[in-house]
Design a protein around this ligand. Structure first.
Ligand SMILES: [Cu+2]
Length: 305
C-alpha cells in the first residue's frame, strides 16, 4: 500500500512538472507573435480588431463546447452505472418519450441560435469597412502576390519568396519575401483581392483576413493593424506546385514612415526598402554617438562584402 501511495505521489509530481513545463513554454513566447511559433497552440496574437473578435468568439465557443461535452460525458457515465445489468437486470421496453424528444431537439436548436447571433454579427463586421482610409489591391498569381496602391500614386509591385539559399540570418524560411506589403498602422485599410490564373487565397492569421483570389472577381475585406510590426501569412488555397512558396509578409509602420515609403517608391518607380526607411528614422532619433557607431558598422559591413 505504501509503495502504491509513493508511486502515485511520484507520478503526480511528474505530471505537475510536465504541466508547468508546458505552461512555461506557452508563456515564454514573445508577447507580439505575428508569425507561427514552434509548439504553438491556438491562434497567433491578434493584430487587428477583427482578429480580436475572432479570438473572443473562439473562446466563447470553447466554453460552450466544453460544457456540452462534459454534460454528455456525465449522462453517459450515469447511464453506464445506473443501468448496468447488475443494478438493472430487467431492461425497460420504453420506445418513445415525447417530452424528452422535444427537449433534445429544441435545446440544441436554441444553442445554435445563441451561437449564430454573435457569429453573424462578426461576419458582417469582417465583411467590409464603411469608412476605409485607403485601398490595397492584392492579385494572386502562380506563384507570387502582386500588390497595388490605387490611391497612393498607383504604386504596384510583385512580392516573391526569398529562396532558402538566399536567406540571411534572422530571416524566416518560406515566409520572407523580396518586397513586403507596406501599410500604415492604425488605419482602416480596404483590401480587394483578385486573381489572374487559378484560385489563391490571401490569408493573414493575425489579421483575421482570409480572402479568395478568383479570376474575374473582386473580393473585399479590411484590416486595421493596431501596432507597427511585421506580420506573416500564406496562400491557403492549393494553387499548384509552388503553392507553399508564395508567402505574405506585411510591414506595418507609422503613418509618417508610410508616407515616406510612398514618396520614395513613387520617385523610384519601384518599391522602396522599408527596413532602410525605418533604420534611417531610428538613426535620426538616436543620440549622435549611436549614429556614429551604426555608420561605422555599415562601413565595416560594406567593406566585408
Ligand atoms: Cu496560391
Amino acid at each position: 500500500m505504501m509503495r502504491l501511495t509513493s508511486w502515485i505521489e511520484r507520478t503526480m509530481g511528474s505530471v505537475a512538472a510536465l504541466a508547468a513545463a508546458i505552461i512555461a513554454i506557452g508563456f515564454a513566447t514573445e508577447a507580439w507573435a505575428a508569425e507561427p511559433k514552434p509548439w504553438q497552440l491556438g491562434f497567433q496574437e491578434p493584430a487587428t480588431p477583427v482578429q480580436d473578435r475572432i479570438h473572443a468568439f473562439h473562446d466563447e465557443l470553447l466554453i460552450i463546447i466544453t460544457l456540452i461535452t462534459l454534460f454528455v460525458l456525465g449522462l453517459l457515465v450515469y447511464v453506464m452505472w445506473r443501468f448496468h445489468h447488475t443494478r438493472n437486470p430487467v431492461p425497460t421496453r420504453t420506445a418513445h418519450n415525447a417530452v424528452i424528444e422535444i427537449l433534445w431537439t429544441v435545446v440544441p436548436v436554441l444553442i445554435l441560435v445563441i451561437i449564430a447571433i454573435p457569429s453573424f454579427k462578426l461576419m458582417y463586421f469582417m465583411d467590409r469597412v464603411p469608412n476605409a482610409d485607403m485601398t490595397i489591391k492584392v492579385t494572386g498569381h502562380q506563384w507570387y502576390w502582386e500588390y497595388g496602391y490605387p490611391d497612393n500614386g498607383d504604386i504596384s509591385f510583385n512580392s516573391n519568396l526569398i529562396p532558402d539559399d538566399q536567406l540571411k540570418p534572422g530571416m524566416r524560411r518560406l515566409l520572407e519575401v523580396d518586397n513586403p506589403l507596406v501599410v500604415p498602422a492604425k488605419t482602416n485599410i480596404r483590401v480587394q483581392v483578385t486573381g489572374t490564373d487559378v484560385i489563391h487565397s490571401w490569408y493573414v492569421p493575425s489579421f483575421g483576413v482570409q480572402e479568395y483570389a478568383v479570376v474575374g472577381r473582386l473580393n473585399e475585406s479590411w484590416f486595421n493593424v493596431e501596432q507597427p510590426g511585421t506580420y506573416y501569412g500564406e496562400c491557403n488555397q492549393i494553387c499548384g506546385v509552388n503553392h507553399a512558396f508564395m508567402p505574405i509578409k506585411i510591414v506595418a509602420v507609422s503613418k509618417d514612415d508610410f508616407q515616406k515609403w510612398v514618396a520614395k517608391s513613387k520617385a523610384a518607380g519601384a518599391p522602396a526598402d522599408i527596413e532602410k526607411i525605418l533604420a534611417d528614422g531610428k538613426a535620426a532619433d538616436a543620440p549622435a554617438s549611436l549614429v556614429a557607431t551604426a555608420a561605422a558598422r555599415d562601413v565595416a559591413a560594406a567593406g566585408n562584402r
